[in-house]
Design a protein around this ligand. Structure first.
Ligand code: DGY
Length: 381
């Protein structure tokens, strides 16, 4: 690690906070500066190792903002604790890179950034869906290679998704936003697989169906699937929005891929290891009409052998949340988590975090994952 790559903001600040990557926007820095923090930012695209981060924590560090590319386990949380650290925030909504139990046993509150990725990530899932179904990557490569000699009746025939069935694995915030986009935009029926029933989504579909029928159009349907297998067999598009946990590792494997329609589309904007990527490569090779759109990969940034050579797979480098508004919002939430805990504020008590993006935000930490286990105070109005 090159020590010269650390940029220091507000050097006279009394609380030392390390941030392992430059973050977009200015608001997050203002939040930390107003909380009296000296902010040290690693200003390089180079990925830091656990050892690099341990060195950066040093013997005096009040808080840290880290990335999903880093492994925050006992080594880092105990180093942070020994350095006088009181808080960590992930610059991500996902937290599979964090050992929450270690953080809790070291008494370190862990923040994340929910609520600002929802529509942005769902939009990328939609973009990948149509890129895969309508073969945009493949046809663009063909055009750029100078192979286009004129319009043909059968040039790059793809799949029409209008009025077909979208299968959603994980109907939380992002999955439900994707479902609504596919229902409203493309009149798709929705079937979702989630241990929790999403009645709000089902009611939304009912009300939207009422609207459609008033306009003399056929309604849409939305229901929870009994089993993942049923969803895979019925859906024309399957979009994955589940968290990565032991129970979802390789949830989509060779056997389950074999249940899907030959011309189905599989989308993943959650975490790579939810799909057995080697099995997917094999499946796409043997089923040229099957299509996949992937934002995340099993061993990111590496791709499984053969993946990038498949014409029926669209791949982008983990950019589903990459809009300016979202990435600045994530920075604001991560900084607010750190600043609030260092200031002694309680933890926000509801899922809607939009108030933290306004000019006069609540005096609270927007999202602390282990607040209950650490028995932190909860915000009361
Ligand atoms: C997250 O926040 O978990 C996303 O994967 C970042 O894009």
């Amino acid at each position: 690690m090159d020590i010269n790559k650390w940029r220091i903001v507000n050097p006279a600040g009394s609380k030392r906070v390390i941030v392992t990557k430059e973050l977009p926007g200015e608001q997050w820095l203002n939040i930390l500066k107003s909380a009296g923090c000296r902010v040290e930012i690693f200003s390089s695209v180079e990925l830091l190792t656990v050892e690099d981060i341990r060195k950066a924590i040093g013997s005096n560090c009040d808080g840290a903002i880290g990335q999903l590319t880093e492994t925050w386990g006992n080594e880092l949380f105990s180093a942070l604790k020994s350095a006088g650290g009181r808080v960590y925030s992930n610059y991500a909504v996902g937290f599979n890179n964090i050992d929450l139990d270690s953080a809790t046993s070291n008494g370190i509150p862990v923040g994340n950034t929910p609520g600002v990725l929802t529509e942005t990530t769902a939009e990328m899932a939609v973009a990948l869906t149509f890129a895969a179904a309508r073969r945009t990557g493949e046809s663009e490569r063909y055009l750029r290679a100078g192979k286009y000699k004129g319009w043909l009746p059968d040039l790059f025939l793809g799949e029409l998704l209008w009025r077909k069935t979208a299968g959603i694995i994980g109907a939380g915030r992002i999955g439900a936003a994707y479902a609504r986009m596919m229902m409203e935009g493309h009149k798709m029926n929705v079937i979702y697989y989630d241990p929790n029933r999403n009645r709000a989504l089902e009611n939304y579909a009912d009300e939207y169906s009422g609207f459609l029928m008033n306009h003399h159009e056929a309604p849409v349907t939305c229901r929870q699937s009994e089993t993942l297998e049923e969803l895979l067999q019925l859906a024309d598009v399957v979009s994955i929005h589940t968290v990565l946990a032991e129970s979802t590792h390789h949830l989509i494997n060779a056997e389950r891929l074999a249940l899907m329609k030959n011309n189905a589309v599989l989308i993943n904007t959650s975490r790579g290891p939810v799909i057995d990527e080697a099995a997917l490569v094999d499946h796409c090779r043997r089923n040229p009409d099957f299509r996949a759109g992937l934002d995340v990969f099993e061993e990111e940034p590496a791709l499984k052998p053969g993946l990038k050579d498949l014409e029926n797979v669209v791949i982008v480098p983990h950019i589903a949340s990459a809009t300016i508004w979202t990435r600045q919002g994530m920075a604001t939430l991560a900084a607010s988590n750190v600043a609030a805990v260092l200031t002694g504020y309680p933890v926000w008590n509801r899922p809607d975090i939009t108030a933290f993006l306004e000019a006069d935000p609540p005096k609270a930490a927007p999202s602390i994952l282990n607040a209950k286990d650490l028995e932190l105070n909860i915000y009361i109005e």
